[in-house]
Design a protein. Structure first.
Length: 1079
């Protein structure tokens, strides 16, 4: 988001800054307390007006923030003020929650009145530290009187030779690369940080003298869940050992293994249960080839090509001795490619626009056929995507146009969908925002008809979503209430009422539950209302409750079912796990016949590593088949098989004999024992385009006979194949070639005659707190579908009209055809009957301690996985979020960063701070410091007064950037670089190298200082050992030579840039002369 910002410093009796304040006529002058020092920030939200968001940060005499006041930000135009108090050593000791107020400044004595708003006597966080100046934080007590006796605690220890503080010593044989176990570390050799959460669950983090993490141990009673990190002599992680390795020491089954070349680039990676993945690089350290285990077996490889700026232009799959397939081709900077074959379609007739540095077009292959999907992107002058045209599988195109607000938020989205032999479908979304730039309303129009309100949002005084409405349907209105920690506790809708319990009891009887203080949900209550026009049927108004219990690793152990305040065990479940979250046993009660309840599943699972090899059910299948339970269709030692990439290739219990996958590990073909099959088409982006079914069916009314030599003889009955298909085509879905429905935000539309020209019917989802589709309601108030779920997503038998629509748990598509019973999450498929994924986690390296097949860390009550690759805690999902709109750096700045990325130091620092496997400016992250923050902020200043206030200089006219160290909200050091990008690439390149190579060269020392004691003060002291002024003087002092590591690093990095780009030599020399004048 690019906005204009004015920072105003008003230090008491400082005429200079006051003059600066008066010299900015465009800055709004809302009231603030002029008797105190403050910094005022204005972020403008409307073009050519003074409308904006103002924040006043008051500071004390030592320059420490003591209060933030957001002016007129609440729905009632009140201020929102918090407060920070410090102990005698200058550390944050009491942090007050924000309060709505009409005052410009709130005194500490008045903060206690917050209980009038929060209805709680402890609306603050308390922090305690070690009793010396640089002491670490040892205890935090979060807001709420219920948490007073439940702090989160941190303490430091050294390792011991036995017990919970013992740590095994693993090393790597440098000659062979093999793992060696060398007993235990001697006592007092390692630093151990013990972390205890608010539920008294313990975690121990072991680190060596260099600050390298060696072991993370989580404790569940007397059981340890240990993840060991093994480094080589260069400090690279070579092995990560999962918890089960301690019981079964198998590298292939329970270890992540990495191999590096002489420049520390990862050239081999092996995930648990998979064959190795091989990488090759070019001279710029860009990945140019990769090969997975499945590809190696078929002789395939994937190649990557780049342009001169390090941007990926081609992704090519090639087989040995065969032609190559370009799966993705990208175009940048201009639209000259529109003259090429395939882009001469009338839909691509667009006028040329400025697009330097931007992705302008793509060709994307479709796996399994010869089709290519083509795409053209258009942008405005700020580099924002304004139009995207993309061909589709049905011979047409999807044309989407965007318009944005001044703050880069979408204000409209127009989608035009066209296919061969079908009328064009036009959809328009419009987005409105309140005075604080929060999403307030979403409207929708189909084929230029009258607009319908899909979502209207009201916020409470703290900015949380409080009320939501859908058009004039009162039964769909929803109200959300929160506890003092802003966790949702009540979600009320006339058709679905929910109560979510944490530390409190159900209903107000604590002895019935196990209170949870760290965010786990202790109980969940829901009841379904009666729809206006009928259906939902027999279970309306029943109060359903689950009471939950967790183990010391926050995994769900048991869910007890309560109905109308009485425990009846109808849908009780219980779970047991191995150390990595693989389910070992699963007990599930349910309806096994009409109104008859009891055990329907007791599944015992056996594994080969993390891969399921056999599942057995002690109970037979229930006669009531409306539910969702495990079907034990086989009794073999090996009922599940997997390929070299860890994808499940057979499920004998479902009579699936073979599943094949494409190179993205997405299913391509499913074969059943009876000859039935399911085929999928995906494009190279991983989008599902088509599902085709051929399901064997037997006719009971047609005898199968055969005439042989004049005699009629009977023959075994032969099946015929029922064939169906679903096309996912842009903004529409087709079944057997006919328009079936159009997905919209919060529901879908159907048509009377399967064409977009007939009368539309709107269908709305009513979702619970996890995003599960609990109800489907027609726009006339008729209740079409009701879903009740077990933990882990299986459907209860009392769910109704299940075939009405397929999107259910987490809002994901459930395919039940021919007993498949899998949810499609996009990145992979999920079997809710067993609580397992069918493929390995694409981001498995983010969750070393968890099986790559385990669902949501074993806690589906408090977590969701929207794409099948990243677990999200539901407490922190932003219900008021606007549609995603990605910001792109201006081309000249991005090019400068890519030039940095081609230097040795640039590659290292960007890789260290980027999550493992992710890319930034062409550099692949290794995740070494991904848990620390490096913020790169871009801004465009209007005049030198802004630059002076931002860069803390009396004469800031020549300053282009500033690098600082700050304490983050998590207490860790946070590196920040602010760039003024009102300069050309030639002017910016030296600034980028200067800030990174000179001032940030010490980032590893700073982080190591922090890791020694977990103290920000130590990190700050290390940072200040070579302050900016000293580094500058060392840089310009040519007589004695460079002495500081930063200046040596700067000269080395500058030399690499000039070698690669000789035209920048004059730029560096000019800047050096400027430094000599200024410093």
């Amino acid at each position: 988001m690019k906005t204009i910002r004015h920072y105003i410093f008003n230090w008491q009796a400082t005429s200079l800054c006051l003059a600066a304040f008066l010299a900015i006529p465009s800055t709004k002058c809302f009231a603030q307390d002029n008797t105190r020092s403050y910094v005022k920030t204005s972020v403008y939200v409307r073009e050519n007006t003074n409308e904006g968001l103002d924040n006043v940060q008051y500071v004390d005499g030592l320059g420490r923030p003591v209060q933030n006041v957001q002016l007129h930000v609440t729905p009632n135009k009140k201020n929102l003020a918090d407060r920070i108090e410090y102990d005698v050593m200058g550390r944050k000791s009491k942090i007050w929650l924000p309060i709505p107020t009409t005052a410009d400044y709130v005194e500490t004595a008045d903060m206690g009145n917050k209980d009038d708003y929060y209805w709680d006597t402890a609306p603050f966080e308390l922090r305690a530290y070690e009793p010396w100046q640089k002491g670490r934080r040892t205890k935090s007590i979060g807001p709420g009187r219920a948490w007073v006796g439940h702090p989160s605690v941190s303490s430091l220890h050294t390792n011991k030779s036995s017990g919970v503080l013992a740590c095994k010593k693993y090393t790597v044989d440098e000659a062979t690369g093999t793992l060696k176990e060398e007993g235990l570390f001697p006592s007092n050799q390692l630093l151990v940080q013990k972390l205890t959460d608010e539920d008294r669950n313990e975690k121990y983090v072991f680190a060596d003298a260099e600050g390298r993490q060696l072991l993370v141990r989580r404790v569940d009673g007397n059981t340890y869940s240990d993840v060991y990190f093994v480094h080589d002599l260069r400090g690279n992680i070579r092995y990560v050992l999962q918890p089960m390795y301690q019981k079964q020491p198998s590298i292939d089954k329970f270890a992540f293994r990495y191999l590096y070349d002489e420049t520390n680039r990862c050239i081999e990676k092996q995930l648990p249960g998979c064959e190795k993945i091989v990488y090759a690089y070019d001279a710029a350290d860009q990945v140019v080839m990769s090969q997975t285990g499945n590809q190696r077996r078929t002789g395939h490889k994937t190649f990557y090509r780049y342009d001169a700026l390090g941007r990926n232009t081609h992704v090519v799959e090639r087989a040995v001795g065969n032609d190559s397939l370009v799966t993705i081709r990208k175009f940048y900077d201009d639209y000259s490619f529109l003259d090429q074959q395939g882009f001469n379609s009338p839909c691509f007739k667009v006028s040329a626009q400025r697009a330097q540095g931007l992705l302008t077009g793509r060709e994307v292959a479709v796996y399994g056929c010869d089709s290519l999907l083509r795409e053209v992107n258009l942008y405005d002058r700020k580099g924002r995507l304004t139009r995207q045209i993309r061909t589709n599988m049905r011979g047409g195109y999807d044309d989407t146009s965007y318009k944005y607000s001044f703050t880069d938020k979408p204000v409209s989205k127009l989608m035009v969908h066209s296919t061969a032999n079908m009328p064009t479908l036009t959809q328009r979304y419009e987005y409105e925002y309140d005075h604080a730039d929060r999403l307030a309303k979403v409207t929708y129009s189909l084929n230029n008809a009258e607009k319908k309100t899909l979502r209207e949002i009201d916020y409470d005084e703290l900015g949380r979503v409080h009320d939501e409405r859908t058009g004039d349907m009162a039964e769909l209105a929803r109200t959300i209430n929160y506890n003092i920690r802003s966790w949702p506790i009540v979600r009320y809708c006339p058709l679905l009422e929910e109560k979510i319990c944490y530390e409190d009891g159900y209903p107000a009887r604590v002895e019935y539950i196990t209170p949870c203080y760290s965010g786990n949900i202790s109980a969940y209550v829901s009841s379904i209302g009666k729809p206006a026009k009928g259906r939902f049927e027999e279970t309306n108004n029943i109060k359903r409750c689950f009471r939950f219990n967790y183990d010391g690793l926050s995994r769900l152990k048991k869910a007890e079912y309560v109905e109308n305040d009485k425990a009846n065990n109808h849908y009780d479940t219980s779970y047991k796990y191995d150390l990595q979250g693989n389910l070992i046993t699963l007990w599930r009660n349910g309806e096994y016949y009409y109104d008859m309840f009891g055990p329907i599943d007791y599944v015992e699972m056996k594994y080969n590593g993390n891969q399921l090899c056999k599942a057995s059910d002690r109970f037979g299948d229930p006669r009531f088949s409306n539910g969702f339970q495990f079907t034990d269709g086989s009794d073999r030692a090996e009922e599940y098989t997997y390929d070299a990439n860890g994808n499940m290739t057979a499920d004998l219990n479902k009579h699936i004999r073979k599943i094949s996958y494409n190179t993205q590990n997405l299913p391509q073909d499913v074969r059943f024992d009876d000859g039935s099959s399911i085929a999928y088409l995906y494009d190279a982006d991983g989008n599902k385009l088509r599902t085709s079914y051929a399901i064997a069916s037997y006719s009971e009314s047609m005898p199968v006979t055969q005439v042989m030599h004049g005699n009629v003889s009977s023959q075994a009955q032969q099946p015929y194949m029922a064939r169906n298909s679903i096309d996912y085509c842009g903004s529409a879905v087709y079944e057997n070639g006919k328009l079936a429905y159009v997905p919209i935000d919060g529901g879908y539309i159907t048509f009377a005659d399967s064409t977009a020209t007939s009368a539309p019917t709107f269908h709305y989802y009513v979702k619970d707190y996890l995003g599960n589709n609990r109800l489907v309601v027609r726009d006339d108030g008729f209740g079409e579908q009701m879903n009740h779920y077990y933990p882990f997503g299986a459907l209860m038998a009392e769910s109704t009209q299940g075939a009405a629509q397929r999107y259910k748990y987490n809002g994901k598509e459930l395919d039940r055809i021919h007993g498949l019973n899998l949810y499609d999450y996009g990145a992979r498929q999920y079997d809710a009957a067993l609580g397992r994924w069918t493929s390995i986690d694409p981001l498995a390296e983010k969750y070393y301690d968890i099986s790559p097949y385990a669902y949501c860390l074993g806690n589906p009550i408090n977590h969701v996985d929207y794409e099948g690759s990243k677990v999200v805690t539901v407490l922190y999902v932003d219900d008021g979020a606007v549609p995603t709109c990605y910001y792109q750096s201006p081309k000249h700045f991005a090019d400068g960063m890519r030039i940095l990325a081609r230097t040795e130091f640039g590659r290292k620092i960007l890789a260290d701070f980027t999550p493992k496997g992710s890319y930034i400016f062409g550099v692949k992250g290794n995740g070494k410091y991904a848990d620390f923050k490096l913020r790169i902020q871009e801004d465009q200043f209007v005049e030198h007064l802004e630059r002076r206030s931002i860069f803390h200089k009396h004469d800031g006219t020549w300053i282009q950037a500033q690098t600082t160290l700050q304490e983050g909200n998590d207490g860790k050091p946070e590196f920040r670089i602010l760039f003024d990008i009102n300069y050309s690439l030639e002017e910016l390149i030296e600034t980028i190298i200067h800030e990174f190579a000179l001032h940030l060269s010490k980032y590893e020392k700073v982080i190591s200082a922090y890791k020694r004691n977990g103290s920000y003060k130590d990190a700050e002291e290390e940072w200040n050992r070579s302050p900016e002024k000293i580094e500058h003087h060392d840089l310009i002092d040519g007589k004695r030579g460079k002495r500081l590591p930063g200046t040596i690093n700067y000269e080395k990095t500058k030399g690499e840039v000039i070698k690669n780009y000789p035209n920048f030599k004059d730029t560096f020399e000019d800047e050096m002369r400027g430094y000599e004048r200024r410093y």
